[in-house]
Design a protein around this ligand. Structure first.
Ligand SMILES: [Zn+2]
Length: 405
């Protein structure tokens, strides 16, 4: 039996049960653009087989769903183990193996989603029988919830429906562990994540008659440069939070398309950018600044053609996470991990949304985020073993004090 407060032991690899569930999850091709129902229904049936009460919340198309499942008394507040079921695409990436077939080599498990985050989900699901046994003999004094979401990778979209469903039905969990890959270090803060797109509508003309057209690409380029200037100013002057690798708010343009031929003044150009805010920064203030600039550019365009213009759309926002080292949930996870050092990360997760709902939340899971989203994504087997030890330690603690916080 593990001793609490000591570092999690590195035992070669996960149990056979956990490994077989992880392999199974990896086999479901749950790229965000595709359906995740195969995985969700399998996990629902598996948890129902262990006596869980389950709720599904679907997207508008019915092709995707979140699963919320409870082991134990679903009327009492419990602990959520949370993970997203979708994975990023593999298109155009050079993989050495089939990304949807788990491949073990040199102590690592290679597959899309192995680290982000089917390893964590698999270990958590494999623990269900032990959780049930501990609930039955009162070793565990609060219910365990599983939250499995869709469309996390495209802006934490799915979990919002799950949270709405919990709120509408008066379900108030006591705490939440989001198992994103942190190398099993407790993470107490992450940046806010915001996505925007901007459509610039100009007027087409022959490229030899520039005065007759409104060049959408050129005006879009001015917008892109402005976004970069805002980013540069924040990089220079925003108050630093050195808990983050990049200690200030960032903006970055990631996609642009426009025009059809060199000799045509382009009528359309669209670009997408993202913004990663420090937890205390105001995304809205930055957005308003970009909007104001767009309005001034638009006036210039409309002086040539009143039908031209700029549309700026705030596509998604995921609030930042800002927990404190003194929060009961953070103290509890630090103790379970035997890790006195908490961290902050720059990537966004569902944790901020759970915190906003009023559920104290911390991020802790197996694997290294720097291996996620890349070709040959992997999770070290010993990381999965550590995660399993963490789950085992849950059985040795009281969850009561989390409920009172
Ligand atoms: Zn993830």
């Amino acid at each position: 039996m593990n001793t609490l407060s000591e570092p999690l032991p590195s035992l070669g690899g996960p149990s056979v049960t956990a490994r077989s569930i992880i392999d199974r999850l990896i086999g479901f091709r749950t790229v965000s653009r595709d359906s995740n129902l195969g995985l969700i229904e399998w996990a629902r049936d598996y948890l129902q087989g262990h006596g869980a009460k389950t709720r599904l919340t679907h997207d508008a198309s019915g092709r995707k769903a979140n699963l919320f499942a409870t082991l134990g008394d679903s009327h009492k507040p419990g602990l959520i183990l949370s993970g997203h079921t979708d994975v990023v695409p593999v298109d155009g990436q050079a993989w050495d193996t089939d990304p949807f077939v788990p491949t073990e080599r040199d102590g690592k498990l290679y597959a899309r989603g192995s680290a982000d985050m089917k390893g964590f989900i698999g270990v958590a699901l494999a623990q269900a029988p032990q959780f049930v046994a501990a609930l039955n003999d009162n070793r565990l004094d609060a219910p365990l919830h599983y939250s499995l979401s869709y469309d996390e990778e495209v802006g934490c979209l799915g979990v919002r429906g799950l949270i709405r469903d919990l709120e509408e039905n008066g379900i108030r969990p006591a705490g939440c562990v989001v198992g994103e890959p942190t190398s099993m270090q407790p993470i107490i803060a992450h940046k806010g994540m915001h996505r925007f797109h901007c459509c610039v509508r100009g007027r087409e003309a022959h490229s030899s008659y520039v005065t007759h057209g409104v060049n959408a690409i050129e005006y879009a380029a001015r917008m892109v440069v402005f976004v970069r200037q805002v980013a540069d100013r924040l990089a220079q002057s925003e108050q630093r939070d050195y808990g983050f690798t990049v200690p200030y708010t960032t903006l970055s343009t990631g996609l642009i398309r426009g025009g059809i031929a060199t000799n045509i003044i382009p009528s359309n150009c669209e670009f997408h950018f993202d913004m990663r805010t420090l937890p205390q920064a105001s995304a809205d203030a930055i957005y308003q600044e970009i909007r104001a600039y767009a309005a001034s550019v638009e006036r210039e365009m409309q002086a040539v053609d009143p039908l031209s213009g700029i549309e700026l759309v705030w596509d998604s926002q995921t609030v930042g996470l800002a927990a404190s080292e003194t929060d009961a949930i953070v103290q509890w996870v630090m103790r379970l991990c035997g890790n006195p050092n908490v961290g902050k990360v720059s990537y966004g997760t569902e944790a901020g949304l759970f915190q906003k709902m009023g559920v104290p939340t911390v991020i802790c899971g197996p694997g290294d985020i720097s291996e996620a989203h890349r070709p040959n994504e992997f999770v070290a087997l010993e990381q999965l073993a550590q995660c399993e030890s963490f789950m085992n330690r849950i059985l040795q603690t009281s969850l009561r004090h989390l409920i009172s916080c």
